[in-house]
Design a protein around this ligand. Structure first.
Ligand SMILES: C[S@@+](CC[C@H](N)C(=O)[O-])C[C@H]1O[C@@H](n2cnc3c(N)ncnc32)[C@H](O)[C@@H]1O
Length: 207
């Protein structure tokens, strides 16, 4: 709700912009997927094979009910990620601060075509006003504690430049609150799911 307020009429446009980058019929792994809005609003109608991972069980159940695959997963663990053509993370990289490199590398390893990261670069938590920054940190707590760390445009640019030596493009999202990076990975052949696949995933997939 807080995010909708901050983005105002650009909130849903962010999903459309990401969906534009993904071709019909591709496979997508959406990390920190929330309730799967990217899928229900855009990717389902493009016959995308979508898998959403999030540590919020209620969100994952919504994804499954919408007809996609979902798994409850704390992405701070170093379990390998299921492979997909496109690995997406929207408005969530800050959850991995102060060291987002491990999750970033795992995303690159799982992607067969590209990693797409869209991340807020303006938010309450980086406000210079202490009351606002406190509110921003507390209200965006996903259940694992208040999160005062955020990216701004420079720290996000620096992180991507330092951590990735392949070709990529980036752009500001409409409204300028979020920046998107499309990181091209060398094309890899289709890879089967890792075996053994976690049992929790299998039970949720057949909810
Ligand atoms: C701001 S929401 C973004 C949701 C979605 N990507 C979107 O843009 O609509 C952040 C999401 O990250 C999830 N999350 C935060 N930390 C996580 C972690 N360590 N592992 C898995 N999910 C996490 C939260 O449950 C929440 O759904």
């Amino acid at each position: 709700m807080m995010m909708v307020g901050a983005y105002r009429h650009h909130y849903f446009e962010r999903y459309r912009q990401i969906a534009h980058l993904i071709p019909h019929g591709a496979s997508v792994l959406d990390l920190c997927c929330g309730p799967g809005i990217l899928y229900t609003r855009h990717l389902r109608e493009k016959s995308v094979a979508y898998t959403g991972l999030d540590f919020n069980e209620r969100f994952v159940h919504r994804v499954i009910r919408a007809g996609a695959l979902g798994q409850v997963r704390d992405l701070r663990s170093d379990e390998p990620l299921p492979p997909a053509d496109y690995v997406v993370m929207q408005a969530s990289l800050y959850h991995f601060l102060p060291d987002p490199l491990p999750i970033f590398r795992r995303m690159l390893n799982a992607a067969r075509r590209a990693v797409i990261i869209a991340e807020p670069i303006h938010n309450l938590a980086t406000s210079r006003l202490p009351v606002l920054s406190y509110l921003g940190a507390v209200m965006s707590n996903p259940g694992s504690g208040a999160q005062p760390n955020r990216f701004d445009e420079k720290s996000l640019d620096d992180f991507v430049r330092r951590s990735f030596d392949g070709s990529y493009s980036s752009a500001l999202m409409p409204g300028g609150r979020e920046k998107v990076y499309i990181l091209n990975v060398p094309e890899r052949p289709a890879t089967p799911l890792p075996v053994p696949y976690p049992t929790s995933a299998i039970s949720l997939y057949h909810d």
